[in-house]
Design a protein around this ligand. Structure first.
Ligand SMILES: [Zn+2]
Length: 502
């Protein structure tokens, strides 16, 4: 077991954890945001990041420091913490990004780790190859071999108390990502960045990003802290945390501010288009968009960067609270409505419901069925699997009903039916997730999922005769049931009152 990371509380694959960073003498609570500090251009000083925004950890680039004479000397002389005036944890990148951008860098893993150690970095990074999406499989495999060699070099390096990143590459090949993750997990290294996903996020390919993270997570143990490298837009944090990411880094707060862009949890706005600020951070509650626009360029950029950071840290806190309350997927549902590409990301996440179910706690706050995607949540999958384990051999006839007992027939047992879960013994009505809040105007996806639950129960109990008393199910849901299930419609509201458009 890795002793630097401990999970405290989980929801879906998301978790609140403690990352112990021994060299900095601090413990960082995750999910955590690492503001990217450009050592040459500090839009907001690291001291302010810590005192005003609550940053416990930041990331800066050791390659740039090493290449810049003045910074190089100063960093070696006084150390990173004093140079940046930051007493939290400092992670350093290696120059892999420059390698990907410019094709070549003049430093080896051992050299850059030694430099990172010498300047007092708390979490160092080897020189891996960030293989972009959609390359040939051959290229992805070749570059993965180089990355695996970099991890071997990093393992052989005497890092002392400095933690070391073990980047997980593999481009858009899930099997390579999973293999890379297993390899990284088998090393003695400490933190696991999922690399080269920035091009996916820049292209709004959140579904492909989810698949890459899911593949990496399959290969990483639960004791591995996972960093979604280069992910700084608050819109996608909830989705990424639900997949099991623990660390994010934001260069976006400063880069977007430079371009006059204003981050929100629903997407990005341009300052020039805003008549009102939809935010209550200190910047937005004390300025109008006109005032920010008419400030000097430097002030406009600084105010936008401050807002961007406030909204970014607030989303991290909101996510932590959602994990505590057990309603992280409800938050993901809301964020998924911000942009069609986010909805693709959420739908891709639900494609991995079985994987997510393994880490999803058995009991949470309350299940809100708020969209037809809710019918595919891990809790529904888990209930269907449990149904197959329930023993009904003592009964000849069982009524499954959404309401009361609709006829005078006698049954050996009467079970409730609640979409999207399907049937369960009435005694479980108050247990999570069967105590779900569902809308009166239910969508067909919920009924289709309930029908799957009925089918799972029927398939495992071929000698029991089942009757389903249902309320206004579609033909598709009823047709999906085995012919052996007797149907008994409850007197129901007319179809004209139904609204299936979830
Ligand atoms: Zn604001």
């Amino acid at each position: 077991m890795r002793d630097s990371f401990e999970q405290r509380q989980g929801d879906t694959a998301g978790r609140i954890g403690q990352l112990t960073v021994p060299r900095a003498g601090v413990t960082v609570e995750t999910p955590a945001l690492l503001p990217v500090v450009n050592p040459n251009v500090q839009t907001i000083s690291p001291a302010r990041l810590q005192s005003e925004f609550g940053a416990e950890i930041l990331i800066t680039n050791s390659y740039i420091i090493r290449k810049t004479e003045e910074l190089h000397e100063q960093a070696l002389d006084v150390g990173l913490h004093e140079m940046l005036d930051f007493s939290g944890a400092i992670m350093t990148d290696s120059g892999s990004f420059q390698l990907a951008e410019y094709g070549d860098i003049d430093v080896t893993t051992t050299e850059i780790l030694q430099f990172q150690k010498d300047i007092g970095s708390d979490i160092g990074t080897p020189v891996d190859i960030p293989t972009p999406p959609d390359v040939s499989r051959e290229q992805a495999e070749e570059e993965l071999e180089i990355t695996e060699q970099a991890l071997a070099d990093a393992e052989a390096f005497d890092a002392g108390e400095m933690l070391v990143n073990a980047p997980v590459q593999g481009s858009t090949y899930p099997d390579l990502r999973e293999r890379a993750a297993r390899h990284a997990d088998a090393t003695s290294l400490d933190v696991f960045p999922v690399g080269a996903v920035v091009p996916l996020m820049n292209a709004y390919r959140y579904d492909d990003m989810v698949d890459a993270v899911a593949a990496a997570k399959r290969g990483l143990g639960a004791d591995c802290p996972v960093h979604l490298f280069g992910a700084g837009h608050p819109m996608m944090f909830a989705l990424a945390v639900a997949m099991g990411c623990d660390l994010f880094d934001s260069a976006a707060y400063a880069l977007y501010a430079r371009d006059g862009r204003y981050l929100t949890v629903r997407g990005t706005e341009h300052l020039e288009d805003l008549d009102y600020f939809p935010c209550s951070c200190p910047v937005c509650s004390s300025h109008t968009p006109d005032e920010v626009r008419s400030a000097s360029n430097a002030d406009t950029e600084r105010l936008l960067a401050e807002h961007n950071l406030h909204v970014t840290f607030a989303e991290i806190r909101r996510i932590k609270q959602a994990i505590r309350a057990g309603n992280l997927l409800e938050l993901v549902e809301v964020r998924a409505r911000g942009h069609p590409a986010m909805l693709d990301g959420y739908r891709a996440l639900l494609d991995h419901a079985d994987q997510l179910e393994e880490s999803d706690p058995a009991a949470k706050g309350s299940f809100f069925h708020v969209s037809h995607e809710s019918a595919k949540r891990p809790e529904v999958r888990r209930h269907h699997r449990r149904l197959a384990r329930l023993d009904l051999t003592a009964y000849d006839s069982v009524l499954l009903t959404e309401g009361g007992t609709p006829s005078e027939s006698e049954y050996d047992a009467v079970w409730k039916v609640v979409p999207p879960f399907g049937p369960f013994p009435g005694a479980l009505s108050d247990t999570y997730p069967l105590n779900a809040q569902v809308p009166n105007r239910l969508d067909d996806a919920a009924r289709m999922a309930a029908a799957e639950g009925v089918s799972a129960l029927v398939a495992d109990n071929p000698d029991v005769s089942f009757t389903l008393a249902y309320d206004d199910w579609s033909d598709a849901a009823l047709d999906s049931l085995s012919d052996s299930v007797a149907l008994d419609p409850l007197s129901s509201v007319s179809d004209s009152l139904e609204d299936d458009d979830a």
